[in-house]
Design a protein around this ligand. Structure first.
Ligand SMILES: Cc1ncc(COP(=O)(O)O)c(C=O)c1O
Length: 373
């Protein structure tokens, strides 16, 4: 069969309303066209330093060890686990969807003895339930997802969970891939030890960098490792030596992606965190009202919903794939289907960063109305 070739990268500019990547602002795209500098060029190091300050702003932290790792969100997840886990360590993972499962699998691959606490997909934990699980034995760390992209649910009570983890001698590792930049993430106020994210969701940059921040408490654990890390590339000691003066070579930084992330973060700063969160909330409300009117009620209870990602339930009479295909082909809009137990049961509609705009919601709701009629 002859394959269709896309000449000169002449791809459609889609309206990206899926779980990520989200749409990238023209300002960020222009930043990426800046001439490539060397990864040790003083001008580039200044750009990285600025990015580091901006990452602290969006994570709401003073953590010195705050940086971005080359790779997507999964690289952030991997770095957040492999640096702190040694073979035989006890790890607790609180799972309420697909990405919690990934955390458990990764921790296991690094040799941890993993215990799981689980919730049905679409629900969240009461922090008290997590504290109960923490009492069972002494865990080195507990990991969980803040904003579960597979279900659209936000885990509340992170400060309480962190306090419980610390009372029982464990570190808290938090996945903020779908919350950072779109919903409040307060690393210092909540006392989170390790958090990671991804550039391509609410920060609205192209995929390829994973922001990460590490508390002083977690750094102590890192320094007390007894066994060498088997993952060379994601070793935070090596990465830190590159980010801090005198900037020893570790890897060749993806220069253009760093330009993009710095610019995306500057846009977050200019908008202001509070205003940005309010924009996401306001637009999510518009979407929820419109979905209710179309008889597509979201799966998650209103008080636990993400404002960055909504999962409307698909009536049994509707063909999931056919609707998504028509949205893409006729309206140029991308949304996504569900995973695992939610496959065919929900759609996943992202309103993240630059995608979270009123005109996108109006177009999507009108398109769905036409298709479903
Ligand atoms: C909550 C969460 N964690 C981790 C990941 C993995 O990120 P990536 O696909 O960028 O590797 C995703 C991706 O959607 C996610 O939504």
């Amino acid at each position: 069969m002859e394959s269709k070739r896309i000449a000169d990268l002449n791809v459609s500019s889609r309206i990206l309303l899926g779980p990520g990547p989200s749409m990238v602002s023209p300002r960020v795209l222009r930043a990426m066209a800046t001439p490539v500098l060397g990864h040790l060029d003083p001008q580039f190091l200044t750009i990285m330093e600025e990015q580091q300050q901006l990452l602290r702003m969006v994570f709401q932290t003073q953590n010195e060890l705050t940086l971005s790792i080359p790779g997507t969100g999964s690289a952030g997840m991997e770095a957040a686990l492999c640096n702190f886990i040694e073979p035989g360590d006890q790890v607790l993972v609180a799972i309420m969807g697909f990405f919690g499962e990934r955390l458990a699998e990764m921790a296991q691959r690094y040799g941890a003895l993993v215990d799981r606490v689980e919730k049905p997909w679409g629900e969240v934990f009461d922090p008290v339930e997590i504290e109960e699980a923490l009492k069972a034995k002494t865990y080195k760390l507990i990991a969980l997802v803040h904003a579960e992209t597979s279900t659209g649910a936000l885990q509340p009570g992170i400060a309480e969970i962190a306090a419980a983890a610390h009372r029982h001698g464990a570190l808290l590792v938090l996945d903020t891939v779908t919350s950072l930049g779109g919903m409040p993430v307060e690393i210092d106020a909540w006392q989170v030890d390790v958090a990671y994210s991804a550039a391509q969701k609410s920060l609205s940059c192209p995929p390829g960098l994973a922001p990460l921040t590490v508390s002083p408490r977690a750094r102590e654990v890192l320094h007390k490792r007894k066994t060498p890390l088997t993952n060379w590339y994601l070793d935070l000691n090596g990465l830190e030596k590159y980010w801090q003066p005198p900037h020893a070579y570790h890897h060749t930084a993806p220069i253009s992606l760093h330009y993009a992330l710095r610019e995306g973060l500057r846009m977050v700063e200019e908008e202001g965190l509070a205003a940005r969160f309010e924009r996401h909330r306001f637009n999510a409300n518009l979407l929820w009202e419109g979905l209710d009117a179309l008889d597509l009620p979201p799966l998650v209870q209103p008080r636990h919903r993400l404002t960055t990602l909504t999962t409307p339930q698909i009536p049994v009479s509707i063909d999931d794939l056919a609707v998504r295909q028509r949205l893409l082909e006729e309206y140029n809009i991308e949304i996504a289907g569900g995973f695992g137990p939610l496959k065919g049961k929900v759609w996943r509609i992202g309103l993240m960063g630059f995608s979270s705009r009123r005109e996108n919601i109006a177009l999507l709701l009108a398109a769905l109305d036409q298709i479903l009629r």
